[in-house]
Design a binder for this molecule. Structure first.
Ligand code: NGO
Length: 526
């Protein structure tokens, strides 16, 4: 399967290269030929494992219905309803969802025996009589539906060209993170992002819920965390927090799009908001002032106090209870105010708490220099010029069997400025233009870490400098699409020259969705 996929990926890249040559005589922009000229199956983003145009197409129009197999169950029906809703939005068609596979239209077919498609893969086949999506799971049908959205016109109706896509992800974990602690954002904004991400097959949303500047999730046993610790943010704005109802609603909304929500409670540093809310969390018994600046590394829970571990247990218990997914992120980054031995002791106990609540730990890569518990997932956020000792510890952890999530700050951090002209953002990991954020291979990025240890990739959006939706989208788009492709597409399909054309072809789609994306000069937007 792997070899087959690699070959197919190469074919696809070859296809793109051939089209490029053919376009030389065109009135192409310096960056390449006009993206609109790319054939629909060459335009897909993320690039599928294999795609071939062949035969007659299907006229997607007023008569189109969506068929979910009789007896395939409520979940497939829901996938059909959601796909209908999404396609109605762009086409204006009625698109009723009906039972039964007989007849023309868009058919969703669950085939539990299709082992080769895995947990999220799908096959999409278009002929004159319709489009058939086949998958082993409802998640696979949903992912295939997102591919179909890219094969229909951005607006209105028209032909879906004949052809076949057979597709499955390279990595199981394809994430994006949002920091709602530095600046508060309502759940509605996060849902909008989930929709934007799910269409590019991202399957995990990591929410950074707590930091020095704010605590954003209600905890019943420690109510002042959100009520007091949440009432502020960077720059002195009012802040805010999510109720448990709002959080559950977000989790459910994301789940319907096959996006898993991973909550993060950052510890033992990045805890000033908690220490301001409760005096007893401080070794000197004195509550801290709320903090509205952007410094890091100054706060620490009181590692020697048993009360701290009651806090950790109760908070993580309530968070675990809100979390259907298996992962719970406990931060662990930049605990500069916690001595190294204390850090390792604290993280031992915090990891044990996570296990007791039935979840798997995810932590930032500093945990690798402590004592990661068996199975703990390490999230690497270093960069090319970062300390060798840190990288070595991450590589050693990977070799010892710890899965890795890769978020190299000089590639995957969406809060790094693109270039000198970018208004929001930071530069501590350097500028990250679109090409740089795309041009790396997660399979061999960390020299010495085996590809088999790589669970996937994640694009974090930190919000020290981001307080409104426009800037959020400007920083995330289009770079997050590149991360989506790095997580999904076979290694053989990763190619900047082909990618930037496919990315340019997404422009009208991003426009239609009113996404405020950066018109990066290295991409030949039409
Ligand atoms: C670091 C730091 C965060 C900052 C971010 C800004 C990690 C894991 N800890 O990343 O607190 O917000 O950089 O880019």
């Amino acid at each position: 399967m792997r070899v087959l996929r690699r070959t197919l990926g190469t074919l696809l890249v070859l296809g793109a290269a051939v089209s490029c040559t053919a376009a030389h005589g065109d009135d192409a922009k310096p960056g390449g030929r006009r993206p609109a000229a790319l054939a629909p199956y060459d335009r897909l983003l993320p690039a599928p494992a294999s795609a071939r145009a062949e035969g007659a197409g299907y006229a997607f129009g007023a008569g189109t219905v969506i068929r979910t197999g009789a007896g395939s169950g409520e979940e497939v029906r829901q996938v059909g309803e959601l796909l209908a809703e999404q396609l109605r939005g762009s086409s204006g068609l009625p698109l009723p969802v009906v039972d039964g596979q007989e007849g023309d239209g868009i058919r969703l077919l669950l085939d539990e025996g299709a082992q080769e498609l895995g947990a999220e893969g799908y096959r999409l086949r278009t002929t004159a009589s319709g489009v058939t999506l086949t998958a082993r799971t409802p998640a696979g049908l949903f992912r295939g539906g997102q591919t179909l959205r890219q094969l229909v016109p951005v607006r209105g109706t028209g032909d879906v060209p004949g052809g076949t896509v057979t597709d499955a992800p390279r990595f199981a974990y394809r994430g994006a993170m949002v920091d709602v602690a530095r600046h508060f954002f309502p759940v509605e904004q996060v849902k909008r992002y989930v929709d934007q991400l799910a269409q590019y097959k991202i399957n995990t949303l990591h929410v950074h819920l707590t930091d020095d500047q704010g605590w954003r999730i209600a905890i019943d046993s420690w109510p002042r965390l959100a009520e007091y610790g949440g009432a502020g943010e960077v720059g002195g704005g009012p802040g805010g927090h999510w109720t448990k109802e709002e959080y559950r609603d977000l989790v459910e909304y994301a789940a319907r799009r096959y996006v898993d929500v991973v909550p993060e409670i950052d510890m033992p540093g990045h805890t000033n908001a908690a220490q301001a809310s409760y005096a007893e969390l401080n070794c000197d018994g004195k509550a801290r002032e709320r903090y509205t600046g952007v410094k890091v590394g100054f706060s620490s829970l009181c590692v020697g106090s048993e009360r701290t571990y009651e806090f950790v247990d109760q908070v993580l218990g309530e968070i675990a209870e809100l979390t259907p997914g298996k992962y719970l992120h406990i931060g662990g980054d930049e605990a500069h105010a916690t001595p190294a031995d204390d850090y390792a002791d604290f993280m031992d106990r915090a990891q044990a708490v996570v296990a007791r609540h039935g979840k798997t730990v995810v932590a930032w890569h500093q945990l690798a220099q402590g004592r990661p518990a068996p199975g703990a997932v390490i999230q690497y956020w270093g960069h090319d010029r970062g300390p060798a000792a840190e990288k070595a510890a991450v590589v050693a952890a990977a070799k010892a069997g710890h899965p890795l999530i890769l978020s190299p700050a000089d590639r995957a951090y969406l809060d790094m400025k693109y270039d000198t002209t970018t208004k929001p953002g930071l530069t501590w990991a350097g500028y990250v233009p679109v090409e740089r954020s795309y041009s790396w291979d997660p399979g061999n990025h960390l020299a010495g870490a085996p590809e088999s240890a790589v669970l996937g990739v994640e694009a974090p959006l930190w919000t020290e400098t981001i307080s409104e939706r426009g800037d959020w989208e400007l920083m995330a788009f289009p770079r997050v699409l590149g991360l989506a492709e790095l997580g999904w597409s076979p290694a053989g399909a990763l190619d900047w020259t082909s990618y930037r054309e496919r990315l340019a072809a997404q422009g009208p789609r991003l426009d239609a969705q009113e996404i405020n994306y950066h018109r990066a000069p290295d991409v030949p937007w039409s």
